[in-house]
Design a protein around this ligand. Structure first.
Ligand code: PLP
Length: 470
């Protein structure tokens, strides 16, 4: 077990005698570290797991446990841990020019070349790239850009943005307002006005007894109804994740996105795809929009852009919006100190080039994606806890149910999911629970043997969960 960096930074001055690496870090963490999306009191009682190293699809914690990362970090470490190409790109750039910005008539080679690299893989005419640092910032950028665009087009009253219940678009005020996560809306408001939510296309859980195709059309029709209620002249854009990720991996029924797109075009409403999870190969195309047949006017992206090695995100803007912003807009009063940060950009270039060289997108589409989906379904076939499995490429969501034949959910949503997540934790598998949906999103470089191991671990944890809930 190697934990050299952790051992270097934990000095006698930072900890108390008698503690080992794990307890030292936990002690410092409990005193000073407020964790994101965490019940801090509960965490402090338990003590955080201390991750120290990663290689491929595996992580090691400070106790020497080897852990299979079924989530690629937070849906982001697409090329896996320990990639030399990305590490060397960061080192070289840090030594040469660790920082300069892209404000005030300057640029850097990494920022310019990364914009070109992104444009080389985006669909259609999404050729103009604005940089930010996180998915949330990319979403906020997209929101401001869309409204600014309509003002430039002489329609400043077009401010309404429509999103969906249970959508996740980040946790800034903009992202939280646009997202449809009820627990988030209960904290830290008031949120932004002029944002509307329609139902999500969650057929298995909310399908109203319809066939999948019928339900897809019904869920999309909710957009048209809302547009007509609000007045099309006031609606600026519809924003959606191609596949809802953090909401539990909700695959929209076939035909849903085509209908959404038809409605947007009919009422001259922009369509924006939030590709923060689906982008960069996850679904077997460079972007989820390509897999699902969406032709967006704008796309936000982050995570897989640098395989999570550096915080960097971007908005890709199509010709329609970009030409207005460029030709009519003058200065756009928006940007971040680290927009297009040269070290993050250098890593992202290395990431995209490695993905191209190793044909990672093709590997997900034609080989490992179908293998993963098939193995998962095989190993969980007839499992009493499993109601439904959905997903494509290397992303999957599994609904845990009380009674699979009757399609009955557990009375207390989230309890079974949490039990299952805890069994995964104990069994050195990282799998996330979203309510009672278990989700997987492993690194894209995962091998067939590793998929087998992953699926076997999932099966073991589901069997243990079944014993706990029955
Ligand atoms: N948009 C989507 C679709 C996401 O899944 C996420 C994060 O999971 C975000 C935005 C926010 O990204 P970040 O956490 O980098 O701000």
């Amino acid at each position: 077990m190697s934990a050299s960096v952790a051992n270097q930074i934990i000095t006698p001055a930072t900890t108390e005698p008698g503690h080992n690496l794990t307890t030292s870090v936990q002690q410092i963490d409990a005193r000073h570290h407020l964790h994101p999306f965490t019940d801090t009191a509960a965490l402090n009682r338990r003590g955080a797991r201390v991750m120290v190293r990663g290689e491929g699809v595996y992580l090691w914690d400070s106790e020497g446990n080897k852990i299979l990362d079924g989530m690629a970090g937070l849906w982001c470490v697409n090329l896996g841990y320990g990639r030399r190409e990305l590490i060397d790109a960061a080192k070289t750039q840090l030594e040469e020019l660790p920082y300069y910005n892209n404000f005030f008539q300057t640029t850097t080679a990494p920022a310019a070349v990364l914009a070109q690299e992104i444009a080389s893989v985006t669909p259609g005419d999404l050729n103009h790239i604005f940089f930010a640092n996180s998915g949330s910032e990319a979403v906020d950028t997209l929101m401001r850009m869309i409204r600014h665009y309509w003002t430039l087009e002489g329609q400043p009253q077009k401010t309404l943005l429509i999103s969906r219940d249970n959508a996740y678009h980040g946790s800034t005020i903009g992202g939280t307002s646009l997202g449809g996560m009820t627990p988030m809306h209960r904290q830290g408001g008031p949120f932004l006005p002029d944002i509307e939510h329609i139902r999500q296309p969650y057929w298995y859980g909310e399908g109203d007894g319809l066939s999948e195709a019928e339900f897809g059309l019904k869920a999309a029709a909710a957009l048209e109804e809302r547009i007509l209620q609000l007045g099309p002249e006031r609606v600026a854009a519809f924003v959606g994740e191609p596949i809802q990720g953090a909401g539990g991996v909700i695959m929209p029924p076939a035909g849903y996105w085509q209908e959404i797109q038809r409605i947007c075009r009919k009422y001259d409403i922009l369509l924006a795809a939030d590709e923060v999870i689906c982008g960069f190969g996850r679904t077997g195309s460079w972007f989820g929009s390509q897999t699902l047949g969406i032709e967006p006017d704008l796309m936000s992206m982050a995570k897989g852009l640098s395989s999570g090695y550096m915080p960097i995100s971007a908005v890709a803007v199509g010709d329609r919006v970009a030409s207005s912003l460029i030709e009519k807009g003058g200065e756009f009063y928006h940007g971040f100190t680290y927009s297009g940060h040269p070290v993050a950009a250098a890593v992202a270039i290395a990431n995209i080039r490695t993905m191209k060289q190793e044909k990672i997108v093709e590997y997900v589409a034609d080989d490992i994606g179908p293998y993963f989906q098939q193995r998962l379904r095989q190993i969980l076939a007839e499992h009493p806890l499993v109601g439904h499995i959905e997903g494509i490429g290397l992303i999957a969501g599994i609904a845990l149910v009380k009674d699979r034949a009757r399609r009955t959910f557990f009375a207390e949503t989230g309890a079974a999911g949490q039990i299952c997540r805890d069994h995964c934790f104990e069994n050195n598998l990282i799998m996330r629970a979203v309510g009672d949906r278990m989700v997987l999103s492993p690194p894209l470089i995962i091998s067939r043997d590793e998929v087998d191991e992953l699926c076997q671990k999932v099966r073991t944890c589901f069997d243990l969960t079944l014993k706990s809930v029955r």
